[in-house]
Design a protein around this ligand. Sequence first.
Ligand SMILES: Nc1nc2c(c(=O)[nH]1)N[C@H]1C(S)=C(S)[C@@H](COP(=O)(O)O)O[C@H]1N2
Ligand SMILES: [Mo]
Length: 455
Amino acid sequence: MKEVNIPSGRVLKAPENFLTQDGIRTVFEEGKHGRRDFIRSAFAAAAAGAAVPAAMAQGNPVPAEGGDPNILNLPEHAMTLGQGVATEGGYGSPSKYEKGIQRRQSPGLTQTTQASVSFAPLQSLFGIVTPSGLHFERHHQGWYDIDPSKHRLMVNGMVKRQMVFTMDEIMRLPSVSRFHFIECGANTAVDWGNVAVPTVQYTHGMLSCSEFTGVPLITLLELAGADLKNGKFILAEGGDGSAMTRTIPMELITSGEVLVAYGQNGEMLRPQNGYPLRLVVPGVQGVSWVKYLRRIEVGDKPYAAKDEAVHYIDLMPDGQHRQYTSVQECKSVVTTPSGGQVLLDKGFYNITGLAWSGKGKIKRVDVSVDGGRNWRQARLEGQPLSKALTRFNIDWVWDGKPAIIQSRAQDETGFVQPNYRQLRGVRGTRSIYHNNAIQSWLVQENGEVKNVQLS
Ligand SMILES: Nc1nc2c(c(=O)[nH]1)N[C@H]1C(S)=C(S)[C@@H](COP(=O)(O)O)O[C@H]1N2
Ligand SMILES: [Mo]
């Protein structure tokens, strides 16, 4: 067993060779020795009636063991000169103690790294924003770092003026910044049939949330004089070799929600996420968020592109394929405690997780610790934003007995996240995409948390 630090600083134990152990934080040395020694020696000093230095009585560091109790054993960082500004170059990086927090590939999931996925470490994140360097990646033909001065966006089809925009031209236009989640339609896909992967990083990590900045697509369509009466759809086309094209219904665009985005969390998009330009289609599955966006065509019918007619379809129980499913239905997941984490001891824990809906705002989240028999309402952090992640928390005192932790979200339309029985009742068992079932985590008596499914 190895001690690990989970989000919000609590220390848990995890098996040494656990598959995804490295997805969880390793304990700080201070946590392992320093603090406990501090408390122990403070007690020892008080018990021995030793003169406790004034600084220590105020909660300052401990006297050197066996030495002069008046000499404070200050840590090096309190006595030496720190490093100068920008010693690592002009762009900062996380602490060296946070190296274990990485996006990860699922071994054996795909044959090449170019047509693959890296999952976001949801178990280690706070709040609702995914740091750009940890945003999940899904590429069909690898990622590129495209020269923005050479990049162009063409608008054609049912328009009065076909236009080609440079990045400079796009960035002169009125912009907006909004928080939105992006979830791949295949998120949680491997668990459709049964439990397949051990941690929340692999079950739900094709999910991220950023503040995106860009120009509403409707602005570009208006500049091009698009026929908004007969033009019912657009086709969005990416500039990479995967020929990623998707049909987007015009209602989403005229509402002003769809953005041609260049910004992500206050800076330009990362190359892995579509630099210099991507489509942001709030609430809609990730595949429609076309990266390296190079062309928008206005048309009067759906385009039946390969990634909507053949891929990203749902096989229904009657044997028919459901096409053009795009809005991500209401879903939630507990991120701590979650698979692969180990509770150190009985007692208090903050259960925390994420909820989201492609149809709007999260209205409420309920949490069960007994496999869905009883539910308690969780606290939502801040004001839930539409089509963004919402963080929830709830207090829990673990009595040391096996417990099954679940979360169930409800959105502002009244839609309640289904359990597996309800979902399979409608969708059957042969789907891949769009699994929004309630997730169950089993806390075992030894504290180890496991991915389980209840029938
Ligand atoms: N040009 C292009 N756009 C693309 C893809 C791609 O392979 N090429 N993948 C799509 C899929 S399936 C998803 S889930 C999202 C992933 O976005 P991300 O890599 O920024 O997380 O991008 C979408 N847009
Ligand atoms: Mo995707």
